[in-house]
Each structure stands twice: as structure tokens, then as C-alpha cells.
Design a protein around this ligand. Sequence first.
Ligand SMILES: CC(C)(COP(=O)(O)OP(=O)(O)OC[C@H]1O[C@@H](n2cnc3c(N)ncnc32)[C@H](O)[C@@H]1OP(=O)(O)O)[C@@H](O)C(=O)NCCC(=O)NCCS
Length: 170
Amino acid sequence: MCRLVGTDPAALASHRRIRHEVFVEEQRIFDDSDGDGRDDDPATVRVLATVQGEPAGTVRCYQLGGGTWQGDRLAVRRRFRRAGVAVALVEAAVAAAAAGGGDEMVACVQVTNVRFFEGLGWRRRGDPVPYADGRPHQVMVRALTPSGPGGGPPPIRRDRGRPARSPSRP
Ligand SMILES: CC(C)(COP(=O)(O)OP(=O)(O)OC[C@H]1O[C@@H](n2cnc3c(N)ncnc32)[C@H](O)[C@@H]1OP(=O)(O)O)[C@@H](O)C(=O)NCCC(=O)NCCS
């Protein structure tokens, strides 16, 4: 369900379209575009999730320096939410960062999503800080190796305990 976008133009277009749909049109965090310099960097890793062949969600990650990687732009299209797509995307990004040699992953998440990340083994670092649109965001961290600087246990997978629901339609 999740794959790396690489240089496939169609997958790349889906990645950008979903981000625009969620961060510009839905959440209005950005006025025109949520793109930045990381999008021009060929080292940036992008993950695309599909459900029954349809692009459903996306995330990207990149190395900040040393063993620290950052994940951001986690977005799932509305009609595919609550079906486990974001969990799969976060796990794919974590796996990509670990494969890239990372020992710690950070993410600056909307405070409404802190519990979601905590459920996946991430921990809060510091207090919430204002983001681009002024909304408070929380830095979260997760160790990619048992002895990584994020501390604590190795990455955990939440046992969802049930099959994913079918995506709802608008
Ligand atoms: C946040 C978002 C990525 C979640 O995507 P999703 O595919 O619906 O999430 P999942 O289905 O993988 O969620 C898995 C579980 O986490 C729960 N969950 C989802 N969002 C949550 C949240 N904000 N807080 C707490 N739990 C949450 C789900 O209820 C589900 O629990 P369940 O298995 O007990 O039902 C999606 O709602 C979205 O794109 N929102 C707008 C953009 C955004 O906020 N991006 C994140 C920026 S930090």
C-alpha cells in the first residue's frame, strides 16, 4: 500500500496534489503552496500510500544532519481517513529513515495529532511552539534504534487489533 515515490512523475504529482488538497485547501496552513526547498532536494524521500490503486495519502522525510531525520507533510485525503493509512505512512517513513542510517527521527506535529504519534511510540520534546500559520505544533521524537538519542525502546508498531475499515466516500 505504501511505496517510495522516487522519480515517477505520476506518483510525484499525486504526492504534491494530496499535500495541496490537505494543507492549502483544507487546513489553510499555507496560502498558495506548501512546497519548500526540501522538495527541490533529490535526497528527500517521499512516500505515497494507495488504496485500491487510488492515491490516498503521503508523507516525506529527509536527513537533518548526523543521525537525525525529520518527517513532515503527513497528509491523508479525507475520504481515506480512519482506515490506517497514516499509520502505514509513518511506519514507512520511519523505515526509510532507519534504512538511510538515521538513529533518531523528529517531527513537528499539530497538537491535535500528538496522541496519534504517541500511540506509535513517539515522545514529546519540549513545549508546543507556533508554526507557519501560528497554530501550535509539538516536536515529537522517536528512536530508530534501541540505543538512539531519542531514547527508550526500539520503534513499536501499534497492534490495531482489527482489519482496516473500508475508505468512506464523500
Ligand atoms: C492526521 C491524519 C494524517 C490521520 O490520518 P488517518 O489515515 O485518518 O489515520 P489512521 O487511520 O492511520 O489512524 C490510526 C489511528 O489513529 C487514530 N487517530 C487518527 N488521527 C488521530 C488524532 N489526531 N489523534 C488521536 N488519534 C488519531 C485513529 O482514530 C486510529 O485509531 P483506531 O485504530 O483506534 O481507530 C489525517 O487526519 C490528516 O491528514 N489530517 C489533516 C492533515 C494533518 O493533520 N496532518 C498531520 C500533520 S502533523
